[in-house]
Write a new protein. Structure first.
Length: 315
């Protein structure tokens, strides 16, 4: 059973919400960081080594499954997940207007912000939490942000993990036409359409080697729609991705224990994107998962947590 209590902390910028699911306890709140409001949630003991989880394009922090976050916390870490700017309950940039996809691809629009700005948000959140450095883990676009974080804020990163992501080199990590179409199609207009879109997209980009849990996906799609539905933010995030130069040369300067995790069957960011990332970062380790697509199935959580913790230990 789920229960929630809310209480005001005696600091004007913070709200505390405590949510309990089964044996999991998560602390949810917001903070001012890098000039915006960032909604975040934590698992585990604040005295433990911190792990910052950065999610991908158009995805709220809820796409990091609570079970996955708790599994990391159970290994003795303080886990922080958060909504990127322009998505979820963090600050939206609607005053910047919307971008047409064709204009974004053609490079004829000025992005409202960049991946550098989004990495600065993550660094600012650590500052707001009085955390000098953390293990940085990013998935998909979040992997791009994590890579940028390691380049721009190396003193704040203990380790780097890039999951199902790429370097920005357009010659690697290409998506299949079907996967790209599923992700970048016209936004749904209603709650029911959003749920169906979530199911159909998951069928296309998900992991073919693992069970497809349609009921779970429907439940999450409905919950995310009710929490915050903001397709315009996703458009602006696409512009941020497209506008950033290839990171390959900058990644060669990263001197952090680095792990690259990629699904062998990822149709959205091809395996070559992960291989290129591991090749770019000195001494990076590449972990390829057979049957994994562009998601983190429940059946893979323990395996992924195992390799994450091994990389954390390299610090």
């Amino acid at each position: 059973m789920t229960w929630q209590t809310k209480c005001r902390i005696e600091q004007p910028l913070y709200w505390l919400r405590v949510e309990r699911r089964r044996a999991m306890v998560a602390i949810m709140t917001s903070a001012k960081a890098n000039g915006i409001s960032i909604e975040y949630e934590t698992y585990g003991d604040p005295a433990s080594p911190p792990v910052l989880l950065i999610m991908g394009l158009g995805a709220q922090m809820t796409l990091w499954d609570p079970e996955f976050c708790q599994a990391i916390a159970d290994r003795g870490f303080y886990v922080i997940r958060f909504d990127n700017r322009d998505i979820g309950l963090s600050t939206w940039f609607d005053e910047a207007g919307t971008h047409d996809l064709s204009d974004i691809i053609a490079g004829t629009v000025t992005p409202a912000y960049s991946l550098v700005d989004m990495a600065a948000d993550a660094a600012g959140l650590l500052d707001a939490l009085d955390i000098p450095s953390a293990h940085i883990v990013g998935a998909s676009m979040g992997g791009m942000i994590a890579q940028t974080f390691a380049i721009e804020h190396p003193a704040k990163a203990r380790t780097l993990t890039s999951i199902m992501s790429t370097t920005g080199n357009l010659e690697v990590g290409q998506a299949s036409p079907e996967a790209l179409g599923a992700l970048l199609g016209p936004p749904p207009a209603t709650r029911d359409e959003a749920i169906e879109r979530g199911v159909q997209t998951s069928k296309i980009i998900g992991s073919p080697g693992y069970p497809f849990d349609e009921a779970r996906i429907r439940e999450r799609a409905a919950s995310d729609f009710d929490r915050a539905f903001h397709p315009a933010g996703m458009q602006r995030q696409v512009a941020a991705i497209v506008s950033q130069p290839d990171r390959t040369m900058d990644l060669k300067s990263v001197q952090l224990p680095t792990l690259v995790i990629h699904g062998a069957d990822d149709p959205l960011v091809g395996l070559s994107g992960g291989q290129a990332t591991a090749d770019a970062v000195p001494d990076a380790e590449l972990y390829v998962v057979p049957g994994m697509g562009h998601d983190l199935p429940l059946a893979l959580h323990e395996e992924i947590v195992d390799v994450l913790v091994k990389n954390f230990a390299r610090a």
